[in-house]
Design a protein around this ligand. Structure first.
Ligand SMILES: Nc1ncnc2c1ncn2[C@@H]1O[C@H](COP(=O)(O)OP(=O)(O)OP(=O)(O)O)[C@@H](O)[C@H]1O
Ligand SMILES: [Mg+2]
Length: 233
């Protein structure tokens, strides 16, 4: 993990990747923290699917690189990690520019991303949605924010790909989407619709279990709305 003062446009910067506890221990004055996007491509699972599936539709030009990736050699794994980090950085840049609630991507260095820190000035990270118990108007507001964010994503042609109450932070009353190395291109990925549907079902289930009712769209209608926004239905 690299450290050092970083000029930031918004709020403070971040400690990610080492997890929540490390985030809280970080010296907030340093404005530091990098997310290590290097993970076991063959082994690690995102949600209940192997990571490999997310690679579909994400091709690179050089055949040497493609061969190394296909062979899953050490060089290939390093290239995939770099590719994932740069895909996440590019996606976050695009999403920020579109005004969507994601951490501002500050810098990328090979496999490591430096992101905006979502949390308090004392270095306490914002809680994950799964860790809080919102109800009533607060719950409805978080749902509205999530629907707006996902509609924005779908209009740009993306699904999150690993969406759940663990990859949504709540900072004050504001919802922020995180953890997007596997962001799914709905057109290029042949299973894009499947990922969008799974994402929708995950969050719909969570909000329904929290007692959300009488909202538009209803949780059960989220996937259909997003498919329409993406012009896939
Ligand atoms: N931009 C951020 N600002 C503050 N905290 C963050 C940020 N991004 C991530 N975190 C914290 O770090 C944790 C892990 O981040 P993330 O979900 O991106 O990685 P992960 O690969 O899912 O790791 P883990 O398996 O530990 O959840 C998050 O649950 C959150 O608590
Ligand atoms: Mg996560």
């Amino acid at each position: 993990m690299l450290r050092g003062p970083v000029p930031l446009g918004r709020e403070q910067a971040i400690p990610v990747g080492a997890g929540h506890a490390a985030a809280q221990q970080e010296d907030a004055g340093l404005l530091a923290g990098l997310q290590d996007a290097e993970f076991g491509v063959d082994g690690r699972e995102v949600g209940d699917k192997p990571v490999r599936e997310y690679l579909e539709g994400r091709r690179v030009r050089e055949s040497r690189v493609n061969r190394a990736i296909a062979a899953r050699s050490a060089a290939g794994r390093a290239m995939i990690s770099t590719q994932w980090a740069s895909a996440e950085f590019a996606a976050l840049s695009q999403l920020c520019a579109a005004g969507l609630p994601v951490p501002y991507p500050v810098q990328i260095l090979q496999t490591e991303l430096l992101l905006e820190f979502i949390g308090e000035p004392d270095g306490t990270a914002a809680p994950r949605l799964a860790e809080i118990r919102p109800a009533g108007a607060e719950l409805a507001s978080l749902w509205d924010q999530l629907v707006a964010a996902l509609c924005g994503l779908a209009r740009l042609g993306y699904a999150h790909g690993d969406l759940s109450a663990y990859n949504l932070l709540v900072h004050g009353s504001r919802l922020v989407m995180i953890d997007m190395p596997q962001i799914v291109d709905l057109i290029a990925n042949p299973r894009g619709v499947e990922f969008l549907t799974r994402d929708s079902a995950n969050v719909a289930r969570w909000f329904t279990a929290r007692g959300l009712t009488a909202v538009t769209p209803a949780p059960a209608d989220l996937a259909g709305l997003l498919l329409a926004e993406a012009r896939l239905s």
